[in-house]
Design a protein around this ligand. Sequence first.
Ligand code: UGA
Length: 447
Amino acid sequence: MNICVVGTGYVGLVTGTCLAEIGHCVICVDNDKQKIQTLNTGKMPIFEPDLEKLVHQNRKRGNLSFSEDLGQGARKSEVIFICVGTPPLENGEADLSPVEKVTREIAVAADSYKLVVEKSTVPVQTGEYIYRTLQIYCREENGRFDVASNPEFLREGSAVADFFHPDRIVIGVNNRQTEAILHQIYQPILERGFSCPVHSSCSSFPKPYFLVTDIKSAELIKHASNSFLAAKISFINAIAEICEKVGADVQKVAEGMGLDPRIGKEFLKAGLGFGGFCFPKDLQAFVRIAEKVGYDFTLMKEVERINKARIDVAVEKLRKKLWVLREKTIAFLGLAFKPQTDDLRFAPAIGLIRRLRQEGCNIRAFDPQAMEKAVIEIPEIFYGANPYEVAAGAEALVLATEWPEFLDLDWLKMHRAMARPFILDGRNFLNRPLLMEVGFEYEGMGR
Ligand code: UGA
């Protein structure tokens, strides 16, 4: 099928590339000229495991291309996925102007039937606005439209693998024809009719569930899912606070809770809290959506408050240990909001570094992937070429992102490099007994 994907951020680029991989002919469009140039020269604007390889393969095969021309992309395609950003406005609401602009452009360009699929995370009822806008701005006699919602559940860092093995594919539609088109698009994934480019054997992955709903319910499923996961994280972080007060271990509490299948063990890792461009902004947007329809979502406001307070907890732990923070040198391992990505948006590490800078600390930092972006985000700190370099002379070391390679460091060498061997493990990730054996003072979150 001929498909146009509008927006080449994490969602758009991964979706477009993977749709090409399962046999569709995809044009990815973006109004960011530089990004399109980068992609057309074979370079990646983001780091995402397996993505680069698939982009190369499918460009070579001729079923994936990149363009700035939305009109042309829309005319050539029967299905158009809207994957543009919905950044937060000052009041927490999602800025829908990019979605609205793209919708108008599609309407103006359309000269035949188009199925417009919203994949960007949008407030409930956006589908109705999209449909109305398409009708109003379409001037061609043959322009006809359907609108569908197809929320995205990809996780950064494993987005490509998630695309090929989703738990569920949710589509919100208002007629059978739309459902049939979307089913056809995803058929290779639903039937496992593709050779997986990520795993050598996929037999352990169950086939995904194909859930068909009305458009508004599909839109709500996205917000409700992200908010629920964020609530799980804040819940365990609240438990972590109690654990510290009574001398219990949050890791053990989470393990005990997670053994109940009704609770599940995922998303019960206490630490510096959640970051990234999804949970923090989606949560705020959901609170605003609820407010607009007359519901005071205090539960979610509390989830947000608990999450923000994790940075204060970390600052206070450092203050307690180091006595005075001013002029102390603090080393950071990990800057990205989670491992396997170079994304720094709303990363807890960045929030914590900013706070410590205000306290007068000197910061030395290292991240395996996010350094290039970090230098632009916080130019005033020192960036080391490796963990040993950032540890040199530090009076505390904060593990802020759980990159697996940090487990295998030469911790004796790290110990020798530091002026004071204190570790604040912001993700309860490192091997505590080993570090203590080496001679570190170790502090976790909630244990
Ligand atoms: C999240 C959702 O997991 C995806 O399903 C969704 O599609 C995506 O948002 C989106 O809306 O686009 P993502 O932001 O990539 O995906 O990352 P997660 O793996 O969900 O992690 C989010 C944050 O929570 C990270 O900072 C992570 O460190 C933190 N986290 C996660 C915890 O602090 N504790 C946990 O137990 C799990």
